[in-house]
Ligand binder design. Structure first.
Ligand code: NAD
Length: 174
């Protein structure tokens, strides 16, 4: 798509970026707002992640501070065209330390968002971020989409009958 085509596509679109003050979310906010989209960023501004108010400096974006676990999502999602869902607890060790919070943010909240979207904007596109963890320990750098997947924690080392090449559990801290 050409730059002009991209701008024509996004101009006036209503977009919600969860995790919008983080590393990827804020880059998306800048890009989308620059293309003329009406962007709302939702972010809990947690200090142990990538959130930083400075990430959104210069972007024409409405920042809503809220936790995707309990924020009133319906009004945020009402009538949006696209959701880029980047809100996440991204620390592997953080997930080991507090698995309940990890599941609440990275699993339960994602289902809650989809449930709300079904009512508030059923025709919208929802883009979920995947995770770098799928690729496991890198065999080549940079890790791109063609890198073999080898997610840690997927199959315990002790599991019987693990087929050759199946993902193995990584040692905590890797
Ligand atoms: N950075 C990468 O290289 C990479 C690669 C592949 C996938 N991803 C995925 O992309 C997504 C974003 O990653 P990132 O690198 O931008 O991380 P990040 O930590 O910079 O951004 C995540 C944002 O989500 C916010 N957040 C966390 N919990 C929240 C909650 N409960 N409610 C609202 N906001 C919350 C944080 O405050 C933070 O601003 C994640 O799902 C990550 O797994 C990232």
């Amino acid at each position: 798509m050409t730059d002009a085509g991209r701008a024509a596509h996004w101009r006036g679109k209503r977009v919600l970026v969860t995790g919008g003050a983080g590393f990827l979310g804020s880059a998306l906010c800048h890009a989308l707002a620059g293309l003329g989209a009406r962007v709302t960023a939702l972010d809990a501004m947690f200090e142990d992640g990538g959130a930083n108010i400075a990430n959104l400096e210069g972007a024409s974006v409405l920042l809503v501070r809220g936790d995707i676990r309990d924020v009133e999502l319906h009004s945020l999602c009402q009538g949006v065209d696209v959701v880029f869902n980047m809100a996440a607890q991204t620390s592997h060790m953080g997930g080991q330390k507090d698995p309940v919070a990890d599941i609440a943010i990275n699993a339960v909240s994602q289902v809650r968002l989809i449930q709300v979207m079904r009512e508030a904007a059923p025709k919208a596109t929802v883009v979920h971020a995947s995770t770098r963890q799928f690729y496991g320990r890198p065999t080549d750098l940079p890790v791109d989409e063609l890198h073999p997947v080898n997610p840690p924690d997927a199959v315990p080392d002790t599991a019987p009958d693990v087929p050759p090449g199946a993902p193995r559990r990584a040692v905590a801290g890797e």
